[in-house]
Design a binder for this molecule. Structure first.
Ligand code: MG
Length: 375
């Protein structure tokens, strides 16, 4: 067992391993290797030009999917270390969790899903797994990145029963209603903590959220009153930042403490016990969870569906729809490798190649491709 890890942490010596056998690295652990492969992947580099909430070219200061993924990883690692869980594995899952995201954020994903309606649909989460399992073509000996089972298990956060049946061992837990390992549970919540907080920051900076609106949120108001008490003269920009860092701190502390209590109560002896548990063991206290969900709802009402964003959504929709239609009509409008693969296939498999190509695009690449097909 790796030194210092809790007995219920993921441990590479008891891992379910890689799909293609490989000899061990001389000085890196297996999950470190996974993390390194993810960082060196093409899909990871593209995240810098993919929308999180604000379209990449709307401003240089907003989060992109890359900076979002780094923030998720930073939060996840803190929690993993505090709970004596596997830090490199947590980091690997966090960095990879959004690799399958389309251009233009959720608008892009929803549109591509609609285009793929008759061909099995499109889920960004499943696509992240597809990227690391199939689409990254870098290694001579295998397709994809050939990651460890636990890393792949963490990347696949949710999955329909139909897709789970096609995925084999990695899909089993969705059919058997089992949990993922604790590192995967951390990555899932770190994602939600990261976006709740950075969207407050970005939304305020963009002028879409006001201090008055934010103060209606208990998570925000608690820290607002504290910061006002300590620094009554602080200007708005620093006030927001100071509140933000304290909100992250408060939620993460609650998450660590509540998870410790849940883990102690369930007393798992191994990762298998974690998987068999009735529910996730990494979670916030009920009270903080409620405030966290309220914030999420607030953001979706006031930020994600804001008029300025809706306009962007309509444009993203049109671009993705037009691209899908154009490539369906003539696969040779895609680059050679995609065109060649699509030409050999038909029906759902051919549509999947087109979806893979569109999903891999960055925002600006998609905009350029759209101008191209119109020309
Ligand atoms: Mg995310």
């Amino acid at each position: 067992m790796t030194h210092g890890l809790a007995p219920y942490a993921a441990d590479e010596s008891r891992s379910r391993g890689r799909r293609y056998e490989e000899s061990p690295s001389a000085y890196r652990g297996e999950y470190q290797r996974d993390r390194d492969r993810i960082i060196h992947s093409t899909a990871f580099r593209r995240l810098v030009y993919k929308t999180q909430v604000f379209v990449n070219h709307e401003g240089d200061l907003y989060r992109t999917r890359l900076t979002h993924s780094l923030e998720v990883s930073q939060i996840g690692r803190t929690v993993a270390v505090a709970l004596n869980l596997n830090e490199p594995l947590t980091e690997a899952i966090c960095l990879a969790h959004d690799l399958g995201h389309t251009p233009f954020g959720h608008a892009g994903q929803d549109t591509l899903n609609a285009c793929m309606r008759d061909y099995g649909g499109f889920e960004h989460n499943l696509q992240s797994l597809r990227v690391v399992d199939e689409l990254e073509a870098k290694y001579a000996d295998f397709p994809g990145l050939n990651l460890m089972f636990e890393t792949r298990e963490g990347i696949l956060k949710h999955c329909s029963a139909r897709n789970a049946r096609q995925l084999g061992d990695i899909g089993e837990r969705f059919l058997e209603r089992k949990q993922a390992g604790l590192e995967a549970q951390i990555a899932d919540i770190a994602d939600a903590i990261a976006y709740n907080n950075h969207d407050v920051d970005d939304g305020f900076r963009a002028g879409l959220l006001s201090l008055e609106q934010l103060r209606e949120q208990p998570l925000f108001e608690e820290q607002y009153l504290e910061v006002q008490r300590l620094y009554p003269e602080l200007e708005d920009r620093r006030l927001i930042y100071e509140i933000n860092r304290r909100m992250i701190g408060a939620v993460v502390t609650d998450l660590v403490e509540a998870s410790r209590r849940r883990i102690a109560a369930a007393d798992p002896a191994s990762i298998e016990d974690v998987r068999e548990a009735d529910g996730p063991l990494v979670s916030m206290s009920d009270a903080v969870h409620e405030q966290h969900v309220a914030m999420k709802r607030f953001l979706s009402e006031h930020l994600y569906s804001h008029e300025q964003k809706l306009e962007m959504t309509a444009r993203a929709q049109r671009i993705v729809e037009d691209l899908f239609a154009a490539y369906t009509e003539d696969v040779n409008r895609m680059p050679e490798d995609y065109a060649g693969a699509a030409a050999r296939l038909e029906g759902p498999e051919r549509a999947r190649v087109i979806a893979d190509y569109i999903a891999g695009m960055t925002d600006r690449y998609a905009i350029a491709a759209h101008q191209n097909i119109a020309a």
